[in-house]
Ligand binder design. Sequence first.
Ligand SMILES: *[C@@H]1O[C@H](CO)[C@@H](O)[C@H](O)[C@H]1NC(C)=O
Ligand SMILES: *[C@@H]1O[C@H](CO)[C@@H](O)[C@H](O)[C@H]1NC(C)=O
Ligand SMILES: *[C@@H]1O[C@H](CO)[C@@H](O)[C@H](O)[C@H]1NC(C)=O
Ligand SMILES: *[C@@H]1O[C@H](CO)[C@@H](O)[C@H](O)[C@H]1NC(C)=O
Ligand SMILES: *[C@@H]1O[C@H](CO)[C@@H](O)[C@H](O)[C@H]1NC(C)=O
Ligand SMILES: *[C@@H]1O[C@H](CO)[C@@H](O)[C@H](O)[C@H]1NC(C)=O
Ligand SMILES: *[C@@H]1O[C@H](CO)[C@@H](O)[C@H](O)[C@H]1NC(C)=O
Ligand SMILES: *[C@@H]1O[C@H](CO)[C@@H](O)[C@H](O)[C@H]1NC(C)=O
Ligand SMILES: *[C@@H]1O[C@H](CO)[C@@H](O)[C@H](O)[C@H]1NC(C)=O
Ligand SMILES: *[C@@H]1O[C@H](CO)[C@@H](O)[C@H](O)[C@H]1NC(C)=O
Ligand SMILES: *[C@@H]1O[C@H](CO)[C@@H](O)[C@H](O)[C@H]1NC(C)=O
Length: 794
Amino acid sequence: MARLGLLLLCVACVFLASSARPNPSPVYSQPSASTSKPGPILTNGRNYTYVCDRERFASLSLNVDDFGYCNKSLSFAERVADLVGRMTLAEKIGQLGDMALGSDRIGLPPYNWWSEALHGVSFVGHATYFGDIVPGATSFPVVILSAATFNESLWKKMGEVVSTEARAMYNLGHTGLTFWSPNINVVRDPRWGRTMETPGEDPLTVGIYAKNYVRGLQDVEGQEVTADLNTRPLKVSSCCKHYAAYDLESWLGVDRVHFDARVTEQDMVETFLRPFEICVKEGDVSSVMCSFNRVNGIPVCTDPKLFNQTIRGDWGLHGYIVSDCDSLEVIKDDHKWLGDTEEDVVAQAFNAGLDLDCGIYYTNFTGPAVAQGRVRESSIDNALTNNYMVLMRVGYFDGSNLYDSLGTKDICTDENMELAADAARQGLVLLKNENNVLPLSLEKIKTIALVGPHANATDVMIGNYEGVPCRFSSPLDAFSQEVKVNYQLGCDVHCKNESLIFSAMEAAKNADATLIFVGLDLSVEAEWIDRTDLLLPGYQTQLIRQVADVSKGPVVLVVLSGGVVDIEFAESNPKVGAIIWAGYPGGRSPLTWYQTSYVDSIPMTSMKLRPIDELGYPGRTYKFFNGSTIYPFGHGLSYTTYNYTVRTSANHFSFKIPSGRYCPPVNYTDGAYVPPCPSAVVDFLPCSDNLSFEVEVANIGNMDGGHVVMVYSKAPDTILGAPSKQVVAFQRVYVPAGKSTVAKFDLNLCKVFGIVESSANIVLPAGQNTVIIGNSDTSVSFPVQIDLEYELYA
Ligand SMILES: *[C@@H]1O[C@H](CO)[C@@H](O)[C@H](O)[C@H]1NC(C)=O
Ligand SMILES: *[C@@H]1O[C@H](CO)[C@@H](O)[C@H](O)[C@H]1NC(C)=O
Ligand SMILES: *[C@@H]1O[C@H](CO)[C@@H](O)[C@H](O)[C@H]1NC(C)=O
Ligand SMILES: *[C@@H]1O[C@H](CO)[C@@H](O)[C@H](O)[C@H]1NC(C)=O
Ligand SMILES: *[C@@H]1O[C@H](CO)[C@@H](O)[C@H](O)[C@H]1NC(C)=O
Ligand SMILES: *[C@@H]1O[C@H](CO)[C@@H](O)[C@H](O)[C@H]1NC(C)=O
Ligand SMILES: *[C@@H]1O[C@H](CO)[C@@H](O)[C@H](O)[C@H]1NC(C)=O
Ligand SMILES: *[C@@H]1O[C@H](CO)[C@@H](O)[C@H](O)[C@H]1NC(C)=O
Ligand SMILES: *[C@@H]1O[C@H](CO)[C@@H](O)[C@H](O)[C@H]1NC(C)=O
Ligand SMILES: *[C@@H]1O[C@H](CO)[C@@H](O)[C@H](O)[C@H]1NC(C)=O
Ligand SMILES: *[C@@H]1O[C@H](CO)[C@@H](O)[C@H](O)[C@H]1NC(C)=O
């Protein structure tokens, strides 16, 4: 039986997924002679694939053998030292900006560092262009939608597909090798305009997304781990950004280039830094980018402690550190930090460990700063070394046996586009499904009314930091192929008047089912644009009410947005049978759906995650907001029903604490029992124990389904200030109807139960902790007792 519900899922995926091959471009003519080959490195009228090409050097009247940096028998470090050692000071300075100038004298070509690949190779940046032989590339859904799949293997595969297409485009001279993606800032506030670019509000989920996507982009198969990670080969270089506590664009007169984020150490460790730590330590990313804002008074790009000492020192970055574009200029012109001159800013940035400037400050002002004795040449050498090590690893100098043959045939392949479609299908979130309105049956539904601002959406669906997709297919295109469609706009996104609503109502009166596509677009939420409320713009709400009210058939509401919108009126409207959230086309929501009143209770500039009782501010995210929501974090319905059976092994752990060792206090509710050692610092414990358990997931409904098993931990109830629960793991499983499958978890005890106490120590709290599997109504839980005892005669 054909089911419209499934069709709907496919439509949503198809329109995101760019699902057909591009037409071979008429501009493209087969390269006839090698001299007309497109390519990344243009030297004296001819293109080359890599720097150390003998003929390329010859065309510059140079002998490649004279250049140690091209000698493959030397180590990368020796070669980079040779390269940097050959440069004059002026030449060195010319390489410090994102548009590095190169130097023919020593055979070094110019290089554009700035490419982007947030969800497919993007046209943002200086290095990428679409057109002629590369009309488009596979476009994955916006990140918030892929995040909703909670499917780690998918995230990694997406990175693999993007890097394959990127290498192909590089070979054709259409992009670079260094990609400043992904964006891994945590969604602290629902108003944030860049929510769509991120994996959501949970720091662990964001970190796990980053790790997988970065590994997909960077890892060369078989060389994921090498003895010296500083020389590990890379497929392309990826960058985790924007470090740190950056999540505000422009809100009621406060903007990102003036904002000073006041952040407690506790929130820093628990929320803002965690994804970056996971990205560097577990993803082994080769670059980190600093953000525009200040943190506790200091611009991040000039803060040696927060920046270089943490990223390189504590986490051991193997790679380079880059500024956000023009963020050095912002320090002087907007933050007006310390009344700095340009040279001051440059000197502070070198001191903080910034290796590459996206912008012109390093290029223009490093010379004067050196002349004034503010920057040492050795600091410049150090920065260049970090940069060139990455270009060595990515094969810029030597080419790559694995990737140099990739070309047009490897871009927009059916397989790649199918993966994008699959990501969209897996990520759609079914928010409501009253009386199983979905899936609709094509046997009963002969005509549909398709209404709303996004019913014919095309480019709206791929959000920002996008590329040119291989192809678009709108909901209108897709539904028209299956059923008779009466399409009525009803309202545009801003919907300033009601003039078109009447014809949408007429359509709904006469159709067997009504689909309403509403939501936001980049004029409402985007880089530089935060929202001030969570409502659907203009008369969209009225469109939904009036159309639903007169509909003859069932009503399905589809919300295309990055950030959440207050659709409580639709959730509680019995005429609206089902609601689907498609982050611009079953997953689970990686965001809390707040009511719009939430934003009136707390300014966007308040960074604290925990509630501030004195000011009446509620907490933030599912961890600390205890008020009512439209949908909680992790919400996502299914067409079928699941039942969990949990099998645990040990659930009692004891640790002996050496008697001299400090047990950090944690705060307890009044009158609660306070153990002699209330908590132990995780770093000081031999935390080798695992908590192992199995969740048998039975599909006890009538349809096959993909299902995400979420695992949370919860500190003892008597502890104050701990998250109400926190994600510690998740696993996506596929379970056919009537069958069951087992999800196994083998998790480090301290990672499961560690909480960040008020002095920012990560501690294991004594007492009865809890593991919760699943969300609210369907969840099951089990206790885990942790005893911390002083060892008396240690
Ligand atoms: C490359 O370096 C090796 C090791 O130092 C050296 O033996 C060899 O002569 C060098 N090759 C050239 C072409 O200079
Ligand atoms: C070099 O490659 C570029 C694309 O990167 C192309 O536009 C140009 O025509 C090529 N030039 C030559 C001389 O082959
Ligand atoms: C950055 O940190 C590393 C590791 O701690 C240190 O070796 C290096 O000197 C620092 N660089 C700067 C410019 O402070
Ligand atoms: C940097 O130098 C270039 C070339 O002299 C000049 O055009 C540009 O305005 C300078 N930029 C800044 C921000 O000083
Ligand atoms: C749907 O959108 C496409 C692309 O923007 C446009 O060409 C087409 O005319 C639209 N269809 C209708 C019925 O408005
Ligand atoms: C009503 O909105 C439509 C669509 O935005 C617009 O084209 C039209 O000019 C508006 N009419 C009035 C009277 O403002
Ligand atoms: C929710 O948090 C607020 C702010 O801390 C607090 O005043 C209130 O008592 C809490 N409510 C519940 C039900 O826990
Ligand atoms: C779910 O599984 C439990 C045992 O784990 C069983 O007691 C219960 O009846 C099951 N529920 C349904 C609806 O099958
Ligand atoms: C305990 O509560 C006090 C008073 O609210 C607070 O100052 C302190 O930071 C809290 N300590 C911990 C460990 O949370
Ligand atoms: C995760 O995504 C991959 C890639 O699309 C897919 O093959 C796999 O079936 C998905 N896993 C589940 C359990 O849905
Ligand atoms: C704990 O689990 C991890 C991940 O599954 C595994 O690699 C490790 O060997 C386990 N450690 C112990 C002590 O079982």
